[in-house]
Write a protein that binds this ligand. Structure first.
Ligand code: 4AD
Ligand code: MG
Length: 465
């Protein structure tokens, strides 16, 4: 099988062989020309650059050429030659052209360049055919691949945690129910409560908000694991940084304390950014030139600087002294808003910041409690333009302390008996974190809305495609 992709021809024409016959297939980005010659810009998704196909009008039926409009799909055989024109080094001199599928210019929505991101979101089924989304989707793939490579190279095991669970890992109650009940006829117990015993799983279940709790079970057996899968949050936040369905990477490591955890998080994210710089420069250049002139600079600088490491209490002091007026007032105990996080990163330190030791009230039940009785060993990694990109912590490994905290929060041990078992049987110090995959992609692509770094975004009131 010899299936050439346009990338092979454009990047390594000498390997394909100038003067050789080639066969190319792809979607037409544009056709222009005159009575004698037509120039077709062809793209097959393998690379942002188009391949120029040159067709002598004398060789082809006028009716056939007319069908070659923007959006149509064609199959061309011809000779690879050095290009006469500017803008490309090689082109294909067409000998045969077959139209696989036409695209009526009256109806095809992607006729011209420069559509707004908002408009493209309405045609999420077609937007992968634009240059922007081609770049974003190739980078998305590269980052997913690099994540697996990073952990595999370091002896971490990929653990598949369930998407359907009966627990709320983050304790925020922002979950989608999973049920097979007929919603018009929900079984009730005698005292009028929903009778989940009659539901598919015999209990109340939901889509997971995080694979962490099960990840911890894995780490207590395999040492170092990571999860990488979709997570679901029914939080009604219509922001450029929140999705209802997003992908998360959650490493969990036995015998790591918070310092080891921070070191891993920093190394991991730098590796991913460097991977994109090393392997996806064409796409990054396109996004840099067309969309965000600081993108490549920002990526390069993150790989070189040491991230600031700072306690929450010190961060609050800095924010209190800031001249900037914040929409949400600052005082010790608040959950930091994106405006606070970005002030620290973009204005004060001008580099990524890892914040630790947050008040226990604003963090999840499983985090290791500090001796002060007020704070927990949490760590959030804050990034320029994004705010929080990673959230993690050292975990509470002490059975009694964990139990007290669970009771304080009005939760019960029974709900999490299997989780408590890890603290009963061979408990160990351990830590982990969660990287939001789409937040990473916002940073790596320079896109400003999280809806534009996932093929089919799920947000409140939006699940069309
Ligand atoms: O800070 P979070 O809620 O942490 C956890 O879920 C932990 N269980 C992780 C762990 O320690 N294993 O979420 C982790 C990251 C955030 O830092 C953010 O990047 C991303 O997930 N995230 C979202 N991304 C997109 N849309 C949302 N609604 C998100 N909520 C969190
Ligand atoms: Mg968080």
């Amino acid at each position: 099988m010899n299936k050439l992709r346009l990338k092979d021809i454009i990047k390594t024409p000498e390997v394909v062989g100038i003067g050789n016959s080639v066969e190319v297939k792809g979607w037409v980005r544009s056709r222009r020309g005159n009575n004698f010659v037509q120039f077709i810009a062809l793209n097959d998704g393998s690379i942002v650059t188009n391949l120029q196909v040159v067709a002598d009008t004398a060789k082809f039926d006028e009716a056939l050429l007319k069908q070659i409009t923007t959006g149509s799909c064609i199959h061309v055989t011809g000779k690879l030659v050095e290009s006469q024109g500017k803008g490309q080094t090689v082109e294909v001199q067409a000998e045969t052209i077959e139209v696989y599928g036409s695209a009526d210019p009256e109806q095809y929505p992607l006729q011209k360049k420069g559509h707004s991101m908002e408009f493209l979101r309405e045609i999420a089924h077609l937007r992968p055919r634009t240059n922007y989304f081609g770049c974003v989707l190739r980078l998305r793939h590269a980052m997913a691949f690099a994540i697996h490579k990073y952990f595999n190279d370091r002896g971490f095991f990929y653990l598949h945690t369930p998407l359907i669970t009966a627990s709320d890992a983050e304790g925020a109650g922002e979950m989608f129910n999973v049920t097979t009940f007929d919603l018009n006829n929900i079984p009730r117990t005698e005292d009028g409560q929903i009778d989940y015993k009659q539901d598919f799983f015999g209990k109340h279940t939901n889509l997971t908000v995080s694979g962490q709790l099960e990840g911890e079970l894995g780490a207590m057996a395999l040492g170092n694991i990571y999860t990488f899968g979709p997570t679901f949050r029914a939080e009604n936040s219509n922001t450029p940084r929140h999705l209802a369905e997003f992908w998360m990477i959650e490493p969990e490591m036995a015998f790591y304390d918070i310092k080891d955890n921070m070191d891993l998080a920093e190394d991991f994210i730098k590796y991913l950014v460097q991977y994109a710089l090393d392997n996806n420069m064409d796409d990054l250049k396109f996004l840099n030139d067309m969309f965000d002139k600081e993108l490549i600079n920002r990526l390069e600088s993150v790989t070189k600087v040491d991230f600031v490491r700072l306690g929450y209490t010190e961060a609050i002091d800095i924010l209190l002294q800031a001249k900037k007026k914040f929409e949400y007032p600052v005082k010790w105990g608040i959950d930091l808003q994106s405006e606070h996080e970005r002030y620290l990163v973009e204005n004060h330190f001008k580099k990524p910041v890892i914040l630790t030791d947050y008040p226990k009230e604003i963090k999840a039940f499983y985090m290791k409690q500090n001796d002060d009785g007020k704070t927990v060993r949490a760590m959030d990694v804050l990034f320029p333009t994004i705010g929080e990109i990673i959230g993690g912590s050292e975990r509470e490994a002490d059975y009694n302390k964990l139990l007290n905290r669970v009771h304080e929060l009005g939760m019960t041990e029974e709900q999490y008996w299997w989780y408590f078992d890890t603290r009963k049987f061979g408990s160990a110090p351990h830590s982990g974190f969660g990287l939001g995959f789409e937040r990473l992609l916002l940073f790596v692509t320079g896109m400003t809305n999280i809806r534009d770094v996932i093929p089919f975004p799920r947000t409140p009131q939006n699940a069309e495609f």
